[in-house]
Structures are given as structure tokens and as C-alpha cells.
Design a protein around this ligand. Sequence first.
Ligand code: COA
Length: 260
Amino acid sequence: MNLERLQLEIDGPVTRLWLNRPEVRNAFDGLMVTELRKTLFDLGTVDAVRVIVLGGRGPAFCAGGDLQWMKAAVHFNREENLREAQALADLFFTVYNSPKPIVARVQGAALGGGAGLVAACDVPVAALGTQFGFTEVRLGIIPAVISPYVVGKIGESAARELFLTGERFEAVRAAEIGLVRAAVPPEDLDAAVAGRVQELLQAGPRAIAEAKALIREVAWKRVEDVQRYTVERISDLRVSAEGQEGMRAFLEKRKPSWVP
Ligand code: COA
């Protein structure tokens, strides 16, 4: 796929995917949504890809939906309008549902859908000074398709405050409410991301995909409703090739085969 809105860098087991529309602070339009969704889906099917790092070129990670593009929806009929919104929803689901671990490298600003992207990623790390915000209500709209991922990360209490005020907040607050996992000085951002990547590379690739599925399955459910599922998953995984190799490697005091 020829990419106009993204850059792809392959570095052994690590793929870096850059939003590359810095002149509008990586705001996403229909083309970026399509490219990002398809690229992330395709990367999810490649065994050699072990970790994806999502970043933004230029001064900001992502300024959310392209407001020119969103405004133009007034010319769509209801069907077209729904189709575009569905494509956006599919993008966030593709990030969330990827079998690969996705680290977000966040700097400058992550607003609206940009903050939603952060929420859908697994391990977001932000530079101190980054501004976050669910600014939609200040534009007369709402953070609709991102809300399941955001509420899942920050909970209803913080969502009520931040979705309703639309106020901007800083990386330290984003870390406190669980939107990002860490807030580090800007000069340490790449080292912090590299550290997270190294930790993820220690884990079995199938185990990572299964762990992500496990979280999706058990979140917000009653223990009784998910216990059978958890019993089946551990039974399957402990007899899998990867599970056997991981346990054998520990007992033999060596690294498992998947550690580079
Ligand atoms: N959609 C379309 N264009 C956007 C945009 C968006 N979401 N965010 C920024 N841009 C454009 C600006 O209009 C400006 O265009 P111009 O050069 O033609 O004037 C350009 O990107 C640079 O923006 P600017 O505000 O000058 O850059 P900055 O570095 O000072 O600030 C932001 C960056 C992201 C903090 C600021 O642009 C901003 O707050 N954007 C709005 C984000 C928002 O509310 N998003 C929610 C969407 S649902």
C-alpha cells in the first residue's frame, strides 16, 4: 500500500508507524483513517512484527479528527455520514484489537480522537508538557467513538469531568488517571519507549496476543461469567508450543527462543 499520510519504519521485530501530516498536527481525515486502519490490520498478520510503536511526526502526536473533514459531513446524506463514522470507529477497534502490543510515543498534543488513539493503545508513554483533552464538547460535538476505550482506561469519574468540561490537561494528570502509563521529560521519551519495547520483546508473541484477548474478555464482567473462559485459556496455553518452550527455558536457566 502506498502511504501518503503515514511513514513505516521496520527495525527488526519493531515496527514504527508515524502519523505524518505535521502541517495540521497529524489531524486525521478519511485517507489517514483508511491508511492507518489497513496498515495496523496488516501488521497484525505478520509474525515477524513483535511490537508496534505509534508516533506522530512534527510538534504534536495527533490533533484528533481533521475539523475541515468533520465539518464537510454536512454535505453527506445520512448513509454516507454513518459510513464515515463507522470507518473511524473501525480504526479505533483495529488499534485496540490488534494481536500486537502497541506502544504510543506521545508528544506535544493528543486531543480529541488523538487522545482516543492513546487510549486504544496498550502502553502509551508521554512527554511532560504534552497537552491532552477531550475537547469535543467545546466544538459542539462529543467524543463518541473513542468513549469505550477512554472510559475503559480512565473510568467514569474522570470521564465525567473531562468529557463535560473539554478542558486541556497535562501529561502528569494523564498518567494519574491512567490515560498514559508514564510521563517523562521530553529528552527521555525515546529511551522510555525503547525500555517498554524491550520489556515487550521478552514476552511470547502468542502469549501477548492471548493476554490482550484475555483482558478484553474479562474486563467489567462477573468472575462467574468468565471463569470457564479463563480455565480454558490457561489449559490451552500451558500445553502450547510457546508455553512449553517458555517454561522449559526458565527451568533450564536460558532465554526462550523468541527473545532477540
Ligand atoms: N483539524 C484540522 N486542522 C487542524 C487541527 C484539526 N484537529 N488541529 C490543528 N489544525 C491546523 C490548524 O488549523 C493550523 O492550520 P493553519 O496553519 O492553516 O492555520 C495548523 O494545524 C497548525 O495548528 P496551530 O494551532 O497553529 O499549531 P500549534 O502547534 O500552536 O497547536 C494544537 C497545536 C494541536 C494544540 C492546536 O492546533 C489545537 O488545539 N488543535 C485543535 C485540536 C482539537 O480540538 N481537536 C479535537 C478534534 S475532535
